[in-house]
Write a protein that binds this ligand. Structure first.
Ligand code: FAD
Length: 638
């Protein structure tokens, strides 16, 4: 209470500095304890659209409104980690023989699991009995909705999956058809986007005193002429000149190579190596690139230079490089809660009893969902949350069994259900710990990938006047705790109305990629995951407040007054792993680990984005369809 520093940041009690030593026990304890009194998470007003304002307690049953540590929240992962650690090896004593039998049991209520249930019903009929199990308190997996309420108004943000987007390959017929069936009109995006709201605002870069000459925000990244932009940077004359040269020079560093040879060479060196050894960038300028997340959130040291070149990174303007075609640049949509809208539309079709009626892409945005009705016996499809599956095993041999037992833990009790078929739409890494009799080669293949740790922090701001004064709507902070900050896109949809001026509240989206440059890619990611599990909400909230004060104070930002609520979405198991030309062998197509790993095993098939080795919504949908098809069309012995 007495420390003015914490009061100035808006924290009404100092956070114990010992928290920052990162001790496992301390962090884990803080994590379980939840948000501290006085923290922004605790202050968020609990209520939900469609819920009466005088019944804030109803928010207890409405997970999107929960603030503090979300994403892979406390209570969702511990049993899975116990399964990983072999605690459930051998026979499992079941507390509750539910006697429930389903045509299909789906493990994972992410977009892939929900889509698998949908496709199964499309193929066999809506009367099929389906159970979907998920370890979280909300459905959607990565496609997570964050909701805030302030003075009776609702503010939405994506807690994970942001956009319908196709940066590297197009949506398949299947994925487009599903969006069409759900009533998503991607082409209508510009009608819902209030493009003029941020007019005149630009991207900015925050140069920090530890890596440059002083702290300072420079607006106009990518829009001002480079000499002007870097000329304004608080950095040494040498660094300013180097960054300007890199962004403006048109030099072919390998004049003896043709476009194909150049691409081949770039494929096998990192962007960091290219910058230092070929573009001859002064190492003092390198921190400018530290926070950049390249494809699949790789860093400059793990990103193949070819990927950096193809994504428009500086340094390649004079080089002839064999190109890859740009794919459907206009196929883009951002819902106010990101692709959680797709998950909501899917559950609206799968479990209509939980919704007020049939919904379209506009009416779904503010429609209330009754979580208490997702798992009723009368539903043909039941969605059971807070249920971590620890065993999936044929009742007999994989070749001859007529059913599969699925054991999950819910509220500390081990429960068993049976399915005629099972789709595992969870993560590849856990599957081998759930299915004990999987062939060894498949187990090894499933263990190959390493999920990418990611953190999306959403902050409800009282207003965004400071941003307007500083002339930015987004900021890159290459060496910051969060490396990317952006006011969410001004989308109004259905009854959901975005702010009309800088005086109104808005959600700020902050991105942290906690991988550790300098190590092999998978090791960076492993350490990032470990960091996330030992970092408390209080530590993150303090980091948010300090970072925003540092960047925005020159625009009049006051963290004590301007931060209304904070929701941190932790995704230690974030993006599906994609192969790269630096760290992965050049597998033959049919020997790629995700292809070997996703083979049907008796009555069990495998969906999820990992099975497509690409972290995209369309891939999750495609893999769902393939997995259902594997079950129904590929079973020779039926
Ligand atoms: C932060 C973030 C941002 C992204 N942004 C985009 C984007 O803008 N556009 C895009 O196209 N893609 C994006 N992606 C990728 C996209 O979200 C995924 O490809 C897709 O949603 C994955 O869906 P899924 O169903 O395969 O997996 P998930 O969404 O991970 O769902 C799997 C579910 O299974 C659950 N589960 C796991 N183990 C068990 C168990 N033992 N028992 C019960 N349940 C279990 C998981 O916890 C999870 O809820 C993003 C991903 C992340 C993490």
């Amino acid at each position: 209470m007495s420390d003015p520093k914490y009061r100035a940041l808006g924290l009404d009690r100092p956070i114990d500095r010992r928290d920052f030593l990162g001790g496992v026990a301390l962090g884990a304890a803080a994590l379980v304890a939840g948000p501290a009194r006085g923290s922004a998470a605790a202050r968020a007003e609990p209520a939900a659209p469609g819920l009466p304002p005088d019944r804030p307690d109803l928010a207890d049953d409405y997970p999107p409104l929960r603030t503090g540590l979300r994403g892979q929240h406390a209570g969702s992962f511990e049993d899975a980690h116990r399964a990983r650690d072999g605690e459930f090896a051998g026979a499992i004593a079941v507390d509750d023989e539910t006697g429930e039998r389903y045509d299909l049991v789906v493990v994972g209520a992410g977009i892939s699991g929900l889509a698998a249930a949908h496709f199964y019903r499309r193929m066999l009929g809506d009367d099929q009995k389906v159970l979907i199990l998920d370890n979280h308190d909300d459905f959607g997996g990565h496609a997570k909705r964050n909701e805030f309420r302030h003075r009776g108004r609702v503010y939405l943000a994506a807690g994970g999956t942001l956009d319908i987007d196709t940066p590297y390959f197009p949506y398949s017929y299947t994925a487009k058809a599903l969006l069409g069936e759900l009533g998503v009109d991607v082409a209508s995006y510009r009608r819902h986007l209030g493009e003029s709201l941020y007019q005149g605002l630009t991207n900015g870069v925050f140069f920090d005193r530890a890596h440059f000459a002083a702290d300072g925000l420079v607006a106009g990244y990518g829009s001002r002429p480079w000499p002007q932009f870097f000329g304004a940077a608080p950095a040494s004359a040498r660094v300013r000149a180097e960054l300007t040269r890199l962004h403006t020079a048109k030099v072919d560093y390998w004049p003896g190579l043709d476009a194909v040879q150049t691409a081949e060479r770039l494929r096998h060196i990192s962007y960091r190596t290219f910058l230092l050894e070929h573009a001859r960038l002064d190492p003092a300028a390198l921190p400018f690139f530290f926070g950049h997340a390249y494809r699949n959130n790789k860093r400059i040291d793990t990103c193949p230079a070819l990927e950096a070149a193809r994504d428009g990174s500086p340094g390649f303007a004079g080089m002839r490089i064999d190109d890859e075609p740009v794919v459907e640049p206009e196929f883009f949509f951002h819902f106010p809660d990101g692709n959680a809208t797709i998950a909501r539309l899917l559950t609206n079709r799968l479990v209509p009893a939980a919704w007020p009626g049939p919904l379209d892409m506009e009416s779904v945005v503010t429609a209330p969902v009754d979580y208490g009705r997702l798992d009723q016996p009368a539903n043909a499809t039941r969605l059971r949350l807070n249920s971590t599956v620890i065993r999936v095993q044929h009742d007999g041999t994989a070749e001859q069994a007529r059913s599969v037992s699925v054991i999950y833990i819910r509220g500390g009790r081990r429960c068993r259900v049976q399915g005629r078929n099972v789709v595992l739409a969870c993560h590849n890494n856990i599957i081998r710990h759930l299915v004990p009799d999987l062939p060894e080669a498949q187990r090894t293949a499933l263990a190959y990938a390493s999920k990418v740790p990611m953190q999306y922090t959403n902050v409800l701001l009282r207003n965004w006047r400071a941003w307007q004064r500083l002339g930015v709507h987004s900021v890159l902070a290459p060496n910051g705790y969060h490396t990317q900050l952006e006011l969410v896109p001004p989308v109004s949809l259905g009854n959901y109305a975005f702010a009309r001026s800088a005086d109104e509240p808005v959600v700020l989206h902050m991105i942290r990629n906690p991988n550790r440059p300098g190590l092999p890619r998978k090791e960076q990611q492993r350490l990032g995951r470990a960091e996330m599990l030992t970092t408390s909400f209080e530590q993150i909230e303090l980091a948010v407040r300090e970072q925003l004060a540092r960047i925005l104070a020159p625009g009049g930002f006051d963290p004590a007054a301007d931060i209304l609520a904070v929701t941190v979405n932790r995704w230690p198991h974030g993006y599906a792993y994609t192969y790269d030309t630096l760290g992965d062998p050049d597998f033959a197509d049919h020997l790629q680990p995700h292809v070997v790993g996703r083979q049907r095993f008796g009555r069990i098939s495998i969906a999820n984005a990992d099975a497509g080795a690409a972290a995209f919504t369309n891939v999750a949908i495609d893999q769902a369809e393939r997995a259902v098809h594997d079950l129904l069309a590929g079973r020779r012995w039926v």
